[in-house]
Design a protein around this ligand. Structure first.
Ligand SMILES: Nc1ncnc2c1ncn2[C@@H]1O[C@H](COP(=O)(O)OP(=O)(O)OP(=O)(O)O)[C@@H](O)[C@H]1O
Ligand SMILES: [Mg+2]
Length: 419
């Protein structure tokens, strides 16, 4: 039986509509998993072939299956990912572009609206190694917390030890707003700047040793393997020229800084559109974030060199109750599949009415944590039902607004009827 969870992109077949998007499984390269630890030269490297033939619209359509809304982000990501991986493919085919500039991406937007979900789903589709980490876990020196070079080594691990595959992976760094060192963010400390500086060379074109200089065990094992002459031809460094960096953050307070910039330029006459000052004062957070400029991020506390290496920027919007309903009803990664599965393990069928889902979505909206609020609400609503129903005779129940409003009462009635 497949171990892939339902809703996970790997669990799915090709897209139903339009030209079929090649499934990841079909493109998967034969992997030889003899790798045990980075730096231990025991890997048999499979012949490296990089195939990529997706178009931006195909990526966006694939993302539509899992991520509700975020149309602009899907479009921007589709284009950036296609540009990058078409370039990688052509380079590997010998068509070089010496002046190519990488399209690293900066995604901004509130918590729980699908930023990680978008990137993870896209990486699954493309079939490249993917590493996600929080920027807050790194420190400038790497002594406390991690060293940003570890991200690149993690990519090798995700690529089954194949350095060549890792060299065209995706590194996704969340919470980069916490690296801000001054300005409105109230930044964490000076080491945030050091981490940004360390990231600079990786984001452009750097070489990272496959074996961490801080990992003495791997260093010794590597030296012994080399002495025995058992080297596999595995490169000693990983080049980051073709590794795509996608960073994201909530950037709390950035919207107000953008508003004051827009108001200042409107009142100083820099913007001559009539009414632009009153327009700027009425813009919503989502609309303001869509106006973010390099100078806003610099004032927020990011280093100009860091922001400058993130030329593609897009804001994800907040999710309203309708979006949250669609996350439950339409997304293939919907939480309701998880609940159906949990109850079906005890032979219990659960039906979700649209009205019941709308009630869940309304409650989740009040949590202000995006789609994560759905998990919080569902956990609360289904807690007693999950505890009691497996030991009862109840074999089916429906999730209605009444059940969502008072799950204990609904449970009592179900148990009465199930006896
Ligand atoms: N737009 C969406 N469509 C469908 N599901 C979503 C959407 N947004 C979030 N989810 C669900 O919520 C979960 C959390 O979302 P995700 O991890 O993408 O949030 P995020 O935007 O990265 O938040 P954070 O800034 O806190 O990291 C996802 O695993 C997914 O199940
Ligand atoms: Mg995230």
């Amino acid at each position: 039986m497949s171990k892939i969870p339902s809703g996970h992109p790997d669990a799915l077949g090709p897209v139903a509509e339009g030209p079929a998007v090649p499934s990841r499984r079909r493109r998967a390269r034969p992997e030889k998993e003899s790798w045990t630890k980075p730096g231990v030269a025991t890997v048999a490297i499979p012949s490296e072939q990089f195939t990529f033939n997706l178009k931006p619209r195909e990526i966006a359509r694939h993302l539509d299956r899992f991520v509700i809304g975020q149309t602009e982000a899907k479009k921007v990501l589709g284009v950036a990912l296609c540009d990058h991986f078409q370039h990688v493919r052509m380079t590997k085919e010998g068509v070089d572009a010496p002046f190519y500039q990488k399209q690293n991406v900066l995604l901004l937007g509130p918590t729980g609206v699908g930023k990680t979900h978008l990137i993870r789903s896209a990486a699954e589709l493309i079939g490249v190694p993917f590493v996600k980490a929080d920027a807050t876990k790194f420190s400038e020196t790497g002594y406390v917390g991690g060293d940003v070079d570890d991200l690149v080594r993690d990519l090798v691990r995700k690529a089954g030890g194949n350095v060549k595959r890792a060299e065209h992976g995706i590194i996704y760094l969340d919470e980069v707003d916490k690296l801000a060192t001054r300005g409105e963010s109230g930044g964490r400390d000076v080491s945030g700047r050091g981490v940004q500086t360390n990231l600079l060379k990786l984001m452009e074109d750097g070489d990272v040793p496959v074996v961490s200089p801080n990992d003495m065990n791997a260093q010794i094992q590597n030296a012994m393997t080399a002495m025995r002459g058992n080297g596999s031809g595995q490169p000693e460094t990983i080049n980051t020229r073709h590794i795509l960096f996608i960073v994201s953050g909530a950037f709390a307070g950035l919207d107000q800084r953008i508003r004051s910039r827009l108001l200042t330029s409107a009142t100083s006459g820099a913007v001559d559109a009539p009414g632009s000052a009153s327009k700027a004062s009425r813009l919503s957070t989502d609309e303001l974030l869509a106006e973010a400029m390099t100078s806003d991020f610099i004032q927020y506390g990011l280093e100009p060199e860091f922001v400058g290496r993130l030329p593609v920027r897009v804001a994800c919007h907040g999710l309203d109750a309708d979006d949250l309903f669609n996350v439950l009803r339409k997304s293939e990664s919907s939480l309701i599949h998880q609940y159906e599965r949990a109850f079906s393990a005890y032979g219990i069928e659960v039906g979700f009415t649209d009205a019941g889902l709308r009630s869940l979505a309304r409650l989740a909206g009040q949590e202000n944590t995006g789609a994560r609020g759905l998990m919080t609400v569902c956990e609360r609503v289904f807690r007693d039902l999950k505890f009691a129903l497996p030991s009862s005779k109840v074999r089916r129940f429906e999730v209605t607004p009444e059940l969502v409003a008072d799950p204990r009462k609904a449970l009592r009635e179900l148990l009465k009827g199930g006896r």
